[in-house]
Design a binder for this molecule. Structure first.
Ligand code: GLN
Length: 485
């Protein structure tokens, strides 16, 4: 899609301003219902589009992404524009600088249409935890678009953006991609700078893309990856043009299917997996059953480490440095005695009012698992199991080039179906969370539709690759994608 649009721009079949206006008009028409966007950046978008048109007119070289409209998840900083992370505590907080990936996008002359909705601080799997209301799934508006990057996914699926940026801590790019029929790529931990991403669980967080094709995912990755002085986890090697040579197939390709996941598969998903495995065998790819003996502890490990890190990261939102401050009742910041409210009361009231239920739940859980006495029993123990899971993956990747799983246990669920039961919601991430625990890259690719309540809903399959091997991962995903089309 991106290359096609780039060609149109270069051949002056359409201008970037026209393209941008077309997408803005679709947003105007559809977003009242879909609610993919929290903030529109129309002026910034049009100004950028004009700049690109001028460059093209002058015959200057422009990047593949130049002049093409995209959307940015609202937990990533775009200087001078409101950034909420889906939380009331950051309502009207203006980003003071650009995230590294935003600087990179600007360098590529990308047109940014706006900031998309998400579960508050990216905690959730449906956007129902957004402080601003849920985003709808464009395929069925009674269903969730997935989360937490639900706004980004819905924007692309409803043609309110050509592609979008998301963030993925436990599946937040891949699960919405699966629910909305898109390609969702979570790069290797360390591939893309997290500077300017509002931190949720820092040892899992990674920025990636929601696109309409594997090639588009490669194009975006080439633009946003690389070493950044401001994020010490980033590396300066293996930078490639990930969109090139996707047709190349490695010899003796081997893909693993996880034995331990078999019991988690619904009949429909089981059928889908068999279909995909058969396809690859026909393509001459060897399908091997692999064992990941500790993978069943992934969800437990994640829901100890994630709340621990989140409780620490979110401590900064206390009413002093950022956004909302509640230090009064009807603005009587002085009690009758004339004594100002205490600092502690300001913290407590701001957080009580500004944070939602799920975020409070995670902060409480995380504070508990980090507290003296429980730290060893929970946090340290979870880190040890994390290492065991990583070793399982190291062993598996000695035998196979990639691992194939479903992306999600089911297609998109209905609003309210899981929101009353946090554990049910957490289970939606059972296949995606492991990639974040061990840091490998993973991509969700559309795999047709499944009938649910008489409705055809998209589902995805997931490929997990070796650390920093996005190149082969995308090539493998591309083999499947070609079959689908
Ligand atoms: N659904 C998971 C959670 O709630 C993952 C979210 C994400 O990847 N940001 O923590």
């Amino acid at each position: 899609m991106i290359k096609k649009l780039h060609k149109k721009l270069m051949e002056r079949e359409i201008s970037s301003v026209e393209l941008t206006e077309k997408y803005l008009a679709t947003i105007e028409k559809k977003d009242k219902d879909i609610f993919a966007y929290l903030t529109l950046t129309k002026d910034i978008a049009l100004e950028q589009a004009k700049k690109v048109d001028k460059k093209i007119e002058k015959g200057e070289e422009v990047a593949l992404l130049a002049g093409i409209p995209c959307a940015l998840k609202d937990n990533i900083l775009l200087e001078g524009v409101r950034v909420t992370a889906g939380s009331k505590i950051l309502d009207n907080y203006i980003a003071p600088y650009d995230a590294t990936i935003v600087s990179k996008l600007k360098k590529n002359d990308v047109v940014i249409l706006g900031k998309t909705n998400l579960d508050e601080f990216a905690m959730g799997s449906s956007t129902e935890n957004s402080g601003y209301g849920p985003t709808k799934n464009p395929y069925d508006q009674n269903r969730v678009p997935g989360g937490s990057s639900g706004g980004s996914a819905a924007a692309v699926a409803s043609e309110e953006a050509v592609w979008a940026i998301g963030s993925d801590t436990g599946g937040s790019i891949r699960q919405p991609a699966s629910f909305c029929g898109l390609v969702g790529l979570k790069p290797t931990y360390g591939r893309v700078s997290r500077y300017g991403l509002i931190a949720m669980a820092s040892s899992f967080d990674q920025i990636g893309s929601l696109t309409q094709s594997v090639e588009d995912a490669g194009i975006v990755l080439s633009a946003i990856s690389g070493k950044d002085k401001k994020d010490a986890t980033t590396v300066d090697f293996f930078d490639k043009k990930f969109e090139e040579n996707l047709e190349e197939k490695k010899k003796n390709l081997k893909i693993g299917i996880v034995k331990e996941y078999e019991k988690n598969l619904s009949p429909e998903m089981g059928k889908k997996m068999t279909e995909v495995a058969k396809f690859f065998e026909k393509e001459g790819v060897e399908i091997l059953e692999i064992e990941l003996p500790n993978v069943e502890y992934s969800l437990a490990v994640y829901y100890i480490i994630q709340p621990s890190e989140a409780s620490s990261n979110l401590a900064r939102f206390d009413g002093i440095k950022y956004g909302l401050r509640v230090n009064d009742e009807a603005d009587s910041s002085f009690s009758e005695s004339g004594i100002p409210k205490t600092l502690l009361e300001t913290y407590l009231d701001t957080r009580r009012y500004g944070l939602g239920r799920e975020v409070k739940r995670r902060i409480m859980l995380g504070t508990y698992t980090l507290s003296a006495g429980y730290y060893d029993a929970y946090y340290i123990q979870a880190q040890k199991v994390r290492t065991l899971i990583k070793t399982d993956f190291e062993n598996a990747f000695e035998k196979v080039d990639a691992i194939l799983t479903p992306t999600t246990p089911t297609p998109a669920f209905k609003f309210g179906e899981k929101s009353q039961n946090p554990l049910e919601m957490y289970l939606a991430d059972i296949f995606t969370i492991t990639a974040n625990i061990v840091g490998v890259p993973a991509v969700s690719v559309p795999a047709g539709k499944i009938k649910i309540d008489n409705k055809e809903m998209p589902v995805g399959i997931q490929f997990l690759g070796k650390w920093f091997d996005e190149e082969n991962l995308l090539k493998i995903a591309h083999i499947w994608e070609k079959n689908k089309n």
